[in-house]
Design a protein around this ligand. Structure first.
Ligand SMILES: Cc1cc2nc3c(=O)[nH]c(=O)nc-3n(C[C@H](O)[C@H](O)[C@H](O)COP(=O)(O)OP(=O)(O)OC[C@H]3O[C@@H](n4cnc5c(N)ncnc54)[C@H](O)[C@@H]3O)c2cc1C
Length: 297
Protein backbone atom coordinates (compact mmCIF):
# COMPACT_ATOMS: atom_id res chain seq x y z
CA UNK A 1 0.00 0.00 0.00
CA UNK A 2 1.79 3.23 -1.09
CA UNK A 3 0.23 5.36 1.68
CA UNK A 4 -0.91 4.46 5.16
CA UNK A 5 -3.50 7.24 5.13
CA UNK A 6 -4.93 9.58 2.52
CA UNK A 7 -6.38 12.78 3.99
CA UNK A 8 -8.83 14.49 1.64
CA UNK A 9 -9.02 18.20 2.45
CA UNK A 10 -5.96 20.18 3.52
CA UNK A 11 -7.28 22.86 5.84
CA UNK A 12 -7.59 23.07 9.66
CA UNK A 13 -8.97 19.54 10.14
CA UNK A 14 -7.05 17.74 7.41
CA UNK A 15 -3.64 19.25 8.14
CA UNK A 16 -4.08 18.59 11.87
CA UNK A 17 -4.81 14.93 11.12
CA UNK A 18 -1.81 14.78 8.81
CA UNK A 19 0.45 16.28 11.49
CA UNK A 20 -0.33 13.45 13.93
CA UNK A 21 0.24 10.83 11.23
CA UNK A 22 3.49 12.37 9.98
CA UNK A 23 4.78 12.56 13.53
CA UNK A 24 3.86 8.88 13.93
CA UNK A 25 6.15 8.31 10.93
CA UNK A 26 3.30 7.06 8.74
CA UNK A 27 3.07 7.69 5.01
CA UNK A 28 0.35 10.32 4.71
CA UNK A 29 -0.88 11.99 1.54
CA UNK A 30 -3.06 15.11 1.72
CA UNK A 31 -5.18 15.86 -1.35
CA UNK A 32 -6.50 19.43 -1.30
CA UNK A 33 -8.58 21.52 -3.67
CA UNK A 34 -7.50 24.75 -1.93
CA UNK A 35 -10.88 26.22 -0.99
CA UNK A 36 -10.99 26.55 2.84
CA UNK A 37 -14.31 27.81 4.10
CA UNK A 38 -13.02 31.04 5.67
CA UNK A 39 -11.07 32.14 2.58
CA UNK A 40 -13.47 35.11 2.21
CA UNK A 41 -12.26 36.69 5.49
CA UNK A 42 -9.16 38.87 5.68
CA UNK A 43 -8.32 37.55 9.15
CA UNK A 44 -9.17 34.47 11.22
CA UNK A 45 -9.97 35.15 14.84
CA UNK A 46 -10.02 33.16 18.07
CA UNK A 47 -7.48 30.58 16.85
CA UNK A 48 -4.93 30.56 19.67
CA UNK A 49 -1.62 32.09 18.69
CA UNK A 50 -2.93 33.04 15.23
CA UNK A 51 -5.54 35.68 16.10
CA UNK A 52 -6.22 38.05 13.22
CA UNK A 53 -3.85 36.41 10.73
CA UNK A 54 -5.04 35.87 7.13
CA UNK A 55 -6.33 32.30 6.73
CA UNK A 56 -3.98 31.65 3.81
CA UNK A 57 -0.96 32.59 5.97
CA UNK A 58 -2.02 30.19 8.74
CA UNK A 59 -2.42 27.29 6.31
CA UNK A 60 0.79 28.14 4.41
CA UNK A 61 2.77 28.03 7.66
CA UNK A 62 1.13 24.73 8.66
CA UNK A 63 2.05 23.17 5.31
CA UNK A 64 5.64 24.45 5.59
CA UNK A 65 5.93 22.78 9.00
CA UNK A 66 4.43 19.52 7.68
CA UNK A 67 6.80 19.48 4.72
CA UNK A 68 9.68 19.05 7.17
CA UNK A 69 8.43 15.50 7.81
CA UNK A 70 9.74 12.97 5.25
CA UNK A 71 6.56 10.83 5.23
CA UNK A 72 4.24 13.78 4.45
CA UNK A 73 3.08 14.43 0.90
CA UNK A 74 0.66 16.99 -0.53
CA UNK A 75 -1.19 16.94 -3.85
CA UNK A 76 -3.18 19.92 -5.09
CA UNK A 77 -6.38 18.76 -6.78
CA UNK A 78 -9.88 17.47 -6.28
CA UNK A 79 -10.68 13.91 -5.25
CA UNK A 80 -13.70 12.91 -7.31
CA UNK A 81 -14.22 9.31 -6.19
CA UNK A 82 -13.25 7.01 -3.35
CA UNK A 83 -14.02 3.31 -2.99
CA UNK A 84 -12.99 0.28 -0.99
CA UNK A 85 -10.33 -1.95 -2.54
CA UNK A 86 -9.56 -5.07 -0.51
CA UNK A 87 -8.08 -3.99 2.84
CA UNK A 88 -7.78 -0.37 1.75
CA UNK A 89 -9.19 2.33 -0.47
CA UNK A 90 -8.64 3.82 -3.92
CA UNK A 91 -9.07 7.57 -4.39
CA UNK A 92 -9.52 8.99 -7.90
CA UNK A 93 -8.53 12.58 -8.65
CA UNK A 94 -10.06 14.93 -11.20
CA UNK A 95 -7.07 14.40 -13.53
CA UNK A 96 -7.87 10.65 -13.60
CA UNK A 97 -4.93 9.58 -11.45
CA UNK A 98 -5.47 7.13 -8.58
CA UNK A 99 -3.98 6.88 -5.10
CA UNK A 100 -4.22 3.96 -2.65
CA UNK A 101 -4.13 3.89 1.15
CA UNK A 102 -5.10 1.66 4.06
CA UNK A 103 -7.18 4.40 5.72
CA UNK A 104 -9.00 7.57 4.66
CA UNK A 105 -9.62 10.80 6.55
CA UNK A 106 -12.32 13.01 5.05
CA UNK A 107 -11.76 16.66 6.01
CA UNK A 108 -13.62 18.21 3.12
CA UNK A 109 -15.63 20.87 4.98
CA UNK A 110 -18.98 22.38 4.11
CA UNK A 111 -20.28 25.00 1.69
CA UNK A 112 -22.44 27.91 2.84
CA UNK A 113 -25.77 28.56 1.14
CA UNK A 114 -26.33 32.28 1.62
CA UNK A 115 -29.86 33.66 1.49
CA UNK A 116 -30.50 34.90 -2.10
CA UNK A 117 -30.46 38.62 -1.24
CA UNK A 118 -28.57 40.93 -3.65
CA UNK A 119 -25.37 42.24 -2.05
CA UNK A 120 -24.72 39.31 0.31
CA UNK A 121 -22.14 37.32 -1.65
CA UNK A 122 -19.71 40.19 -2.22
CA UNK A 123 -19.76 41.08 1.51
CA UNK A 124 -19.44 37.49 2.85
CA UNK A 125 -16.71 37.29 5.47
CA UNK A 126 -16.27 41.08 5.51
CA UNK A 127 -19.51 42.78 6.65
CA UNK A 128 -21.86 39.79 6.27
CA UNK A 129 -20.63 37.41 8.95
CA UNK A 130 -21.46 33.90 10.09
CA UNK A 131 -20.36 34.01 13.73
CA UNK A 132 -19.98 36.77 16.35
CA UNK A 133 -17.18 34.93 18.18
CA UNK A 134 -15.10 34.98 14.97
CA UNK A 135 -15.82 38.52 13.77
CA UNK A 136 -18.07 40.34 16.26
CA UNK A 137 -15.22 42.16 18.03
CA UNK A 138 -14.20 43.88 14.79
CA UNK A 139 -17.70 45.36 14.24
CA UNK A 140 -18.50 46.08 17.88
CA UNK A 141 -20.73 49.08 18.62
CA UNK A 142 -21.92 49.40 15.01
CA UNK A 143 -25.66 48.99 14.42
CA UNK A 144 -25.92 45.26 13.74
CA UNK A 145 -28.47 42.98 12.12
CA UNK A 146 -29.30 39.30 12.03
CA UNK A 147 -30.87 37.92 8.87
CA UNK A 148 -32.98 34.86 9.63
CA UNK A 149 -31.94 31.80 7.62
CA UNK A 150 -33.32 28.95 9.77
CA UNK A 151 -35.11 28.41 13.10
CA UNK A 152 -31.85 28.86 15.12
CA UNK A 153 -31.48 32.44 13.84
CA UNK A 154 -33.56 33.85 16.72
CA UNK A 155 -31.06 32.28 19.11
CA UNK A 156 -28.23 34.03 17.27
CA UNK A 157 -30.13 37.34 17.43
CA UNK A 158 -30.23 37.02 21.22
CA UNK A 159 -26.41 36.85 21.34
CA UNK A 160 -25.55 39.82 19.16
CA UNK A 161 -26.43 42.70 21.56
CA UNK A 162 -23.19 41.89 23.42
CA UNK A 163 -21.46 43.37 20.36
CA UNK A 164 -23.86 46.17 19.36
CA UNK A 165 -27.45 47.38 19.06
CA UNK A 166 -29.28 44.66 17.13
CA UNK A 167 -32.18 44.29 14.72
CA UNK A 168 -33.53 40.79 13.99
CA UNK A 169 -34.88 40.52 10.42
CA UNK A 170 -37.31 37.59 10.44
CA UNK A 171 -37.61 37.66 6.62
CA UNK A 172 -41.30 37.09 7.24
CA UNK A 173 -40.82 33.39 7.99
CA UNK A 174 -38.64 32.73 11.05
CA UNK A 175 -40.97 34.27 13.63
CA UNK A 176 -39.64 33.88 17.21
CA UNK A 177 -41.87 31.85 19.53
CA UNK A 178 -43.20 33.48 22.72
CA UNK A 179 -40.18 32.48 24.81
CA UNK A 180 -37.71 33.69 22.17
CA UNK A 181 -39.64 36.94 21.70
CA UNK A 182 -39.50 37.62 25.46
CA UNK A 183 -35.75 36.91 25.47
CA UNK A 184 -35.12 39.16 22.46
CA UNK A 185 -37.16 41.93 24.06
CA UNK A 186 -35.20 41.61 27.33
CA UNK A 187 -31.96 41.84 25.29
CA UNK A 188 -33.19 45.02 23.56
CA UNK A 189 -33.37 43.43 20.09
CA UNK A 190 -35.59 45.21 17.55
CA UNK A 191 -37.68 42.80 15.46
CA UNK A 192 -38.26 43.73 11.80
CA UNK A 193 -40.79 41.53 9.98
CA UNK A 194 -40.71 43.24 6.58
CA UNK A 195 -38.23 41.27 4.42
CA UNK A 196 -34.83 42.65 3.41
CA UNK A 197 -34.50 42.78 -0.39
CA UNK A 198 -31.14 44.50 -0.88
CA UNK A 199 -27.93 45.39 0.94
CA UNK A 200 -26.75 49.00 0.56
CA UNK A 201 -23.31 50.67 0.40
CA UNK A 202 -20.06 50.32 -1.46
CA UNK A 203 -19.28 46.58 -1.00
CA UNK A 204 -17.63 45.15 0.98
CA UNK A 205 -18.67 48.08 3.20
CA UNK A 206 -22.29 47.99 4.39
CA UNK A 207 -24.41 51.02 5.20
CA UNK A 208 -27.85 49.52 5.54
CA UNK A 209 -30.58 47.33 4.09
CA UNK A 210 -33.64 48.09 1.97
CA UNK A 211 -36.93 46.43 2.87
CA UNK A 212 -39.71 45.33 0.49
CA UNK A 213 -41.80 48.35 1.49
CA UNK A 214 -38.98 50.74 0.46
CA UNK A 215 -37.85 51.67 3.97
CA UNK A 216 -34.14 51.45 4.79
CA UNK A 217 -32.55 50.38 8.07
CA UNK A 218 -29.00 51.44 8.98
CA UNK A 219 -26.67 48.52 9.76
CA UNK A 220 -22.87 48.33 9.65
CA UNK A 221 -22.70 44.54 9.68
CA UNK A 222 -25.09 41.62 9.32
CA UNK A 223 -24.87 38.18 10.87
CA UNK A 224 -26.33 35.20 9.07
CA UNK A 225 -25.72 31.60 10.08
CA UNK A 226 -26.48 30.01 6.71
CA UNK A 227 -27.60 26.53 5.88
CA UNK A 228 -24.66 24.37 4.79
CA UNK A 229 -24.13 21.34 2.58
CA UNK A 230 -21.17 18.96 2.38
CA UNK A 231 -18.49 20.38 0.06
CA UNK A 232 -17.82 16.91 -1.33
CA UNK A 233 -19.99 13.88 -2.11
CA UNK A 234 -17.20 11.44 -1.12
CA UNK A 235 -18.64 10.44 2.28
CA UNK A 236 -21.92 9.53 0.61
CA UNK A 237 -20.12 7.62 -2.17
CA UNK A 238 -18.28 5.58 0.46
CA UNK A 239 -21.56 4.75 2.21
CA UNK A 240 -21.00 6.83 5.37
CA UNK A 241 -24.11 7.64 7.39
CA UNK A 242 -25.10 11.27 8.02
CA UNK A 243 -26.84 13.08 10.85
CA UNK A 244 -29.09 16.13 10.52
CA UNK A 245 -27.75 19.23 12.27
CA UNK A 246 -29.57 22.55 12.67
CA UNK A 247 -27.63 24.05 9.74
CA UNK A 248 -27.41 20.96 7.54
CA UNK A 249 -26.24 17.34 7.39
CA UNK A 250 -22.89 16.15 8.73
CA UNK A 251 -21.09 12.80 8.67
CA UNK A 252 -21.76 10.57 11.71
CA UNK A 253 -18.53 9.77 13.61
CA UNK A 254 -17.51 8.07 16.86
CA UNK A 255 -15.26 9.54 19.57
CA UNK A 256 -12.14 8.87 17.45
CA UNK A 257 -13.84 10.34 14.38
CA UNK A 258 -14.35 7.02 12.61
CA UNK A 259 -17.40 7.09 10.36
CA UNK A 260 -19.88 4.24 10.09
CA UNK A 261 -17.60 2.79 7.37
CA UNK A 262 -14.63 1.02 9.05
CA UNK A 263 -11.32 2.59 8.05
CA UNK A 264 -12.89 5.88 6.97
CA UNK A 265 -12.48 8.80 9.38
CA UNK A 266 -14.05 12.27 9.09
CA UNK A 267 -13.22 15.52 10.88
CA UNK A 268 -13.92 19.23 10.89
CA UNK A 269 -17.01 21.04 9.70
CA UNK A 270 -17.96 18.02 7.55
CA UNK A 271 -18.50 15.91 10.67
CA UNK A 272 -19.96 18.21 13.33
CA UNK A 273 -22.64 20.89 13.68
CA UNK A 274 -20.11 23.07 15.61
CA UNK A 275 -18.17 25.02 12.99
CA UNK A 276 -14.95 26.68 14.13
CA UNK A 277 -11.30 26.43 13.07
CA UNK A 278 -10.04 25.35 16.50
CA UNK A 279 -12.71 22.68 16.81
CA UNK A 280 -11.91 21.47 13.27
CA UNK A 281 -8.23 21.29 14.14
CA UNK A 282 -8.93 19.38 17.37
CA UNK A 283 -11.19 16.94 15.52
CA UNK A 284 -8.43 16.45 12.95
CA UNK A 285 -6.03 15.53 15.76
CA UNK A 286 -8.47 12.87 16.98
CA UNK A 287 -8.99 11.53 13.46
CA UNK A 288 -5.24 11.35 12.84
CA UNK A 289 -4.60 9.54 16.11
CA UNK A 290 -7.63 7.29 15.57
CA UNK A 291 -6.51 6.36 12.07
CA UNK A 292 -2.95 5.73 13.26
CA UNK A 293 -3.99 3.45 16.10
CA UNK A 294 -6.36 1.52 13.82
CA UNK A 295 -3.32 0.64 11.69
CA UNK A 296 -1.83 -1.22 14.66
CA UNK A 297 -4.77 -3.60 14.99
C1 LIG B 1 -16.54 33.70 6.19
C2 LIG B 1 -16.10 32.79 7.30
C3 LIG B 1 -15.21 33.23 8.25
C4 LIG B 1 -14.81 32.39 9.29
N1 LIG B 1 -13.98 32.88 10.24
C5 LIG B 1 -13.59 32.08 11.26
C6 LIG B 1 -12.74 32.60 12.28
O1 LIG B 1 -12.36 33.77 12.28
N2 LIG B 1 -12.39 31.74 13.28
C7 LIG B 1 -12.82 30.44 13.33
O2 LIG B 1 -12.47 29.72 14.26
N3 LIG B 1 -13.62 29.94 12.37
C8 LIG B 1 -14.01 30.72 11.33
N4 LIG B 1 -14.83 30.24 10.36
C9 LIG B 1 -15.18 28.80 10.39
C10 LIG B 1 -13.99 28.03 9.79
O3 LIG B 1 -13.70 28.55 8.51
C11 LIG B 1 -14.33 26.55 9.66
O4 LIG B 1 -14.80 26.03 10.89
C12 LIG B 1 -13.06 25.78 9.24
O5 LIG B 1 -12.55 26.29 8.02
C13 LIG B 1 -13.37 24.29 9.08
O6 LIG B 1 -12.18 23.65 8.72
P1 LIG B 1 -12.23 22.30 7.90
O7 LIG B 1 -10.80 21.87 7.78
O8 LIG B 1 -13.21 21.36 8.47
O9 LIG B 1 -12.83 22.69 6.46
P2 LIG B 1 -12.39 23.79 5.40
O10 LIG B 1 -11.57 24.87 6.03
O11 LIG B 1 -13.63 24.22 4.69
O12 LIG B 1 -11.43 23.03 4.40
C14 LIG B 1 -11.88 21.96 3.60
C15 LIG B 1 -10.81 21.72 2.55
O13 LIG B 1 -11.13 20.54 1.84
C16 LIG B 1 -10.98 20.80 0.45
N5 LIG B 1 -11.82 19.86 -0.29
C17 LIG B 1 -13.17 19.73 -0.26
N6 LIG B 1 -13.57 18.72 -1.07
C18 LIG B 1 -12.44 18.23 -1.61
C19 LIG B 1 -12.19 17.17 -2.54
N7 LIG B 1 -13.19 16.43 -3.05
N8 LIG B 1 -10.91 16.93 -2.91
C20 LIG B 1 -9.88 17.66 -2.40
N9 LIG B 1 -10.07 18.67 -1.50
C21 LIG B 1 -11.32 18.94 -1.13
C22 LIG B 1 -11.39 22.26 0.29
O14 LIG B 1 -10.91 22.81 -0.93
C23 LIG B 1 -10.74 22.87 1.53
O15 LIG B 1 -9.41 23.24 1.30
C24 LIG B 1 -15.28 31.07 9.33
C25 LIG B 1 -16.18 30.61 8.37
C26 LIG B 1 -16.61 31.45 7.38
C27 LIG B 1 -17.61 30.96 6.37
Amino acid sequence: MPHDVIVIGGSYAGLSAAMQLARARRQVLVIDAGLPRNRFATGAHGFLGQDGRPPEDILRDAIAQLEAYPTFDLTHGEATDARRDGDGFIVTLADGSEQRAARLVLATGVTDELPPIPGMTERWGRTVLHCPYCHGYEVADLPLGVIAAHPMSAHQAGLIPDWGPTTYFTQGVFEPDAEQAAHLSARGVQIERTPVVELLGDAPALEGVRLTDGRTVTVGALFVAPMTRPSSPLAGLLGCEFEDGPMGPHVRVDEWKQTTVPGVYAAGDAATPMHNATLASAAGVLAGVGAHQSLLR
